[in-house]
Design a protein around this ligand. Structure first.
Ligand code: UD1
Ligand code: CA
Length: 502
């Protein structure tokens, strides 16, 4: 289809979109991980036009930046005042000259349009040698310009809804806002537009009537899928379009071998990749550059943004941003992986664990109630419940390294900067402020002192005092006197890393 390669594609994106009631220009509202403008740029790139032009006006700075991000070769033409779709196209022909060949014009508020549909439109346009070919649809035409035909079914003109008679309003064929023009005829006719209509605008749609009256052939192509040509004017329509696009993405995933247990509550951005036999469970959102490996299970209740999940990993009830989860690793329930977090192969990040800018080494476990910030945890190390990597001194962030096969006792505070060596232990409840050499046990906590009989002396008559008296009496009856130290180790004054939770 190279003969129908268009000379230019013009995307109109200058309107404010007042019906969005937003500070953000309409075409920069997003669905499925891309702005409306971004979706349209992706679709038109399939036409491989010689020239790609975006008309910007309202919010031109942001619109130009987005155009540059999504399609670096796009040229931006500014329409100072939004005086209509025809006026917008006139700004392009005045700025860039008359294009020789096919010019495709489309609106940036049609995010569901497929590149394939545009290719067919351009192809049929050049094959038929039309002056202009317009993409139309049939169905509920409310809000759209209607296609007026003569008794023989020939194209007459497009009438905007606000200018239509009751009879014209009853027409069920409508204008998509997507056209293939002969460039020279377009450039000529566009100069002859008037603002003689209810919106006092230069309508691009009037070009078709002008060309027909001059004796040129106007073609129409009926869109096969009405959903594709939905123009988004307000947030209700945006939500409906998002649903349609999400369904398209999920269909593609499922046909590619992915299990989606609840499509209704699963939202996947167009930029996401999911491997075969992965299972995406309910209430899950996969966003941005997220990639899910083959056989991985994600959800229920996950929001993953720019996150890579390895093969056969499991992630449930987790929020992960710019994180990497290795093959076979398990994350959650109720985990939060912040940017720069890497959970290596077969490692485990469990419940109420937050990780930031850290590596959890292969096979290591951080099972419960822990904050890991700016740290590197070596392979197979075990981080006890309630451990805090204290990385911030109020001014700067510092790094902690825990070696491999280390054992951090429950409720340890590791005050960075710090190195805990390979195979080292820390005692539960320690505030570790100095490096722990490999294989050493780091203890940093007050020694326990039991004040015998304190409760009976100071809480006389309380339930606790009664319980204490009863226990003492029972002990005496058994022939004991004072309570035994708990362990021989304690008797020697050497503290074990007790209260390990697993
Ligand atoms: C337009 C069509 C209508 C069609 C419908 C399809 C005209 C006159 N009407 O109506 O026949 O059925 O789209 O969705 O073309 N824009 C500019 N500059 C302007 C005005 C608009 O760049 O001065 C851009 C907008 O940003 C938008 C697009 O053109 O992306 C369409 O404008 P909009 O106001 O939404 O047109 P509709 O009233 O929907
Ligand atoms: Ca519109």
């Amino acid at each position: 289809m190279s003969e129908s390669r268009p000379a230019a594609v013009i995307i109109l994106a200058a309107g404010e979109g007042r019906r969005m009631k937003s500070r953000t220009p309409k075409v920069l509202h997003s669905l499925c991980g891309r702005t409306m403008l971004g979706h349209v740029l992706a679709a038109v790139s399939e036409l491989d036009p010689e020239e790609l032009v975006v008309v910007a006006g309202h919010g031109r700075q942001q619109v130009s930046e987005e155009a540059g991000r999504q399609a670096p070769r796009a040229r931006v033409v500014v329409q100072e005042e939004q005086l209509g779709t025809g006026h917008a196209v006139r700004m392009v022909t005045e700025a860039l000259g008359v294009p020789h060949g096919t010019v495709v014009v489309t609106y940036a508020d049609m995010p569901l349009l497929r590149g394939q549909t545009l290719r067919e439109l351009a192809g049929r346009h050049s094959a038929a040698g039309n002056a202009v070919t317009v993409l139309t649809a049939r169905g509920d035409a409310a809000g759209y310009g209607r296609i007026v035909r003569d008794a023989g079914g020939g194209f007459v003109r497009i009438v905007e809804e606000s200018d239509a008679t009751p009879a014209e309003l009853a027409i069920d064929e409508y204008n998509s806002g997507c056209y293939a023009f002969d460039g020279e005829l377009l450039a000529d006719a566009i100069k002859r537009l008037t603002t003689d209509n209810n919106q006092n605008q230069e309508y691009l749609t009037d070009v078709l009537e002008i060309l027909r009256e001059a004796g040129h052939t106007i073609g129409t192509v009926l869109a096969a899928d009405v959903a594709e040509i939905k123009g988004i004017n307000d947030r209700v329509q945006l939500a409906a379009a998002r649903r349609v696009l999400n369904d398209r993405i999920l269909d593609r995933c499922m046909r590619g071998g992915v299990t989606i247990t609840d499509p209704a509550s699963t939202w996947v951005d167009i930029t996401v990749a999911i491997g075969q036999d992965a299972e995406i469970r309910p209430q899950t959102q996969l966003q941005g550059r997220t990639a899910i490996g083959a056989g991985a299970r994600v959800g229920p209740g996950c929001t993953l943004e720019d996150t890579v999940v390895g093969e056969d990993a499991t992630v449930l009830y987790a929020v992960c941003r710019q994180a990497e989860i290795g093959p076979g690793a398990t994350v959650g329930p109720f985990a939060y992986l912040r940017p720069g977090s890497t959970v290596e192969r077969d490692a485990h990040v469990g419940t109420y664990v937050e990780v930031k800018n850290s590596v959890i080494g292969a096979g290591a476990k951080v099972p419960h109630l822990t904050y890991v910030g700016d740290a590197h945890i070596g392979e197979r190390s075990n981080i006890g419940a309630g451990t805090i990597f204290a990385n911030y001194d109020g001014v700067a962030k510092h790094h902690t390294t825990v070696g491999h096969d280390a054992f951090i006792g429950s409720d340890t505070v590791l005050v960075a900067p710090l190195i805990v060596g390979d195979g080292a232990y820390t005692a539960a409840g320690s505030a570790i402020t100095e490096d722990v050499p490999p294989g050493a046990l780091g203890i940093a906590r007050g020694r326990q002192h039991n004040s015998e009989g304190w409760v009976e002396r100071n809480r006389e008559g309380s339930r606790s005092a009664q319980a204490a008296s009863q226990a003492r009496a029972a002990q005496l009856a058994r022939g004991g006197d004072s309570p035994e130290p708990r362990t021989a180790l304690q008797a020697r004054g050497d503290h074990p890393p007790e209260t390990l939770v697993d």
